[in-house]
Write a new protein. Structure first.
Length: 517
């Protein structure tokens, strides 16, 4: 009896210590979260005060004397579009003809809430501001600017310095924010109307829901008037800009038209860029792009990503926004995020009440176990009777098993909701990776690559299969996807792997897997 009481006391003490530790941990977590939120609000207030001060200095003219120059002769002193007299140009140091800087200060003020908004796909620190010399259509030396991904800076440096040395003409190079109309797509159109060469703009591809590679700083449009964006519908070419009409016929060889013999194409191709002029539909003669991220290749649809992680919407324009977005990706308005502090505090209070209940039960509820020896004896007798009953049941089960009257429970196989080849979009597959796949699996795995990007299927069998997968959301009709998205959406891994699976499928059966049979 004494031994049991001692054990109960030890057990109670351990429970109390655990409960106290849990309460202290909850209190520390709540305090830490509260302090972090207050710190965030302080930083936000400091940033707003800095912005207000900067705006006031601009209005009163403070600091302008340092910026103004009477005779700008260096690239640092020039603004995009400024012309440099040839006799005053100092081109002896090529390193001063292509200047790169991180984005902040006046540049950030120009783009924030316009071509750049807070988002989950590209961080501001992954972008670089570039100022450079180029020749305009009057063959004058002119200052230009662009924003590009930091991993492509050296590619652009070599390309544009060699274009400048060759006196290659580019009409103008301004940030797309100089043509801002309220959203990325229409601002891009205004920039094209001005025949402006531009690179970064956080926007979607026109008439679609997936992000353009311009949104990652991995694409550039050069001399867009002479190199238009063309779509083909019913065998007929269409374009949206009137100033491009005379340049649709590429056999005319007009000045500034890019083709495979053009120096601009050759330099970009040398650095691994893809040219939109080689696409089948649409054809984008102005466009060069180069993907730099594995995650960029996997995820090209910002709006689809937002829908998966949040049902929140911008209060101003109604655009879906993610839980991590501070600004709307469409209109740039600040997103009012709900604070988690209250929820965490309420959860902490509930947990504290549960712990207090445990302590109460340990201290008072279980104490009655030691007070009634007669009850213990009765319980012991009941336990013995129950034990005898259990032995009888075990004996009966054994006899039934020997007589063959007991059936084993049927084995259930859980339904799979994963990918057949989870890494088909992230690495090149080998023959060994697909050696064990059946003819049907080869066909499904091949179409799985397209299904990742929202393609629907004409085959009822395929459509029903992918509809049963939790990760699948059908967005695009098959003909629309094949004509407008397959070339630009699929990354190199997916294209190569789809071809590998197709060859393997048709090597087993010359007609491939027979669908819908």
């Amino acid at each position: 009896m004494d031994k049991n009481r001692n054990n109960n006391r030890v057990w109670k003490a351990a429970c109390i210590i655990t409960a106290v530790a849990a309460l202290l941990s909850i209190a520390a977590l709540s305090a830490g979260l509260y302090m972090a939120e207050r710190r965030y609000e302080t930083l936000e207030q400091e940033y707003e005060e800095y912005r207000d001060k900067a705006e006031q200095e601009k209005m009163t003219g403070e600091g302008q004397a340092q910026e103004e120059t009477k005779q700008p002769v260096s690239l640092e002193q020039m603004k995009a579009g400024d012309i440099l007299e040839a006799e005053r140009a100092d081109l002896s140091d090529w390193s001063r003809c292509f200047l790169v800087s991180e984005i902040g200060g006046d540049i950030l003020d120009r783009i924030h809430g316009r071509s750049y908004v807070e988002n989950v796909n590209i961080a501001l620190e992954d972008l670089r501001y570039v100022k450079l010399w180029h020749y305009n259509y009057n063959h004058e030396i002119q200052a230009g600017e662009m924003i590009v991904h930091k991993n492509l800076v050296e590619d652009y440096r070599d390309i544009f310095m060699r274009l400048f040395q060759a006196e290659y003409e580019i009409q103008s190079m301004h940030l797309i924010d100089d043509y801002w109309t309220g959203d990325g797509v229409s601002s891009d159109s205004a920039s094209i109307d001005a025949n402006n060469t531009s690179a970064f703009c956080y926007r979607v591809v026109p008439d679609s829901a997936h992000l353009s590679n311009h949104a990652y700083g991995c694409a550039i449009d050069i001399n867009p008037q002479q190199n238009p964006y063309i779509t083909i519908t019913g065998g007929r070419q269409t374009w949206t800009h009137d100033n491009a009409e005379q340049y649709v016929d590429r056999s005319r060889k007009e000045p500034h038209m890019i083709d495979h013999d053009d120096l601009c194409y050759q330099l970009f191709a040398e650095h691994g860029f893809t040219w939109g002029g080689d696409w089948q539909n649409p054809i984008d003669y102005q466009h060069f792009e180069k993907k730099v991220y594995e995650w960029q290749k996997k995820e090209t649809t910002h709006l689809a990503t937002v829908r998966r992680i949040s049902d929140m919407r911008c209060q101003k324009c109604g655009t879906p926004v993610g839980k991590e977005d501070l600004f709307c990706p469409e209109c740039g308005s600040r997103v009012e995020q709900k604070s988690n502090t209250k929820v965490i505090v309420i959860a902490a209070v509930i947990m504290a009440a549960i712990v207090a209940g445990i302590i109460f039960w340990v201290m008072w509820g279980s104490g009655s176990k030691d007070g009634d020896s007669g009850r213990n004896e009765t319980k012991s007798a009941d336990t013995k009777e129950k034990g005898s009953g259990d032995e009888a049941k075990k004996k009966k089960s054994k006899e039934d098993a020997e007589a063959g009257t007991v059936k084993e429970p049927a084995e259930t196989k859980p339904e799979s909701t994963g990918y057949i080849l989870p890494e088909s979009d992230a690495r090149y597959l080998s023959d060994a990776d697909i050696a064990s796949l059946s003819l049907k699996d080869l066909n499904y795995a091949k179409n799985e690559i397209y299904a990742r990007h929202g393609r629907k299927f004409k085959s009822n069998e395929l459509q029903q299969y992918f509809d049963s997968q939790s990760w699948y959301t059908g967005q695009y009709d098959p003909d629309d996807f094949d004509a407008n998205y397959s070339q630009s959406v699929l990354n190199d891994y997916e294209k190569k792997n789809a071809e590998l699976l197709r060859k393997k499928e048709f090597s087993i059966n010359s007609g491939g897997y027979p669908l819908d049979q």
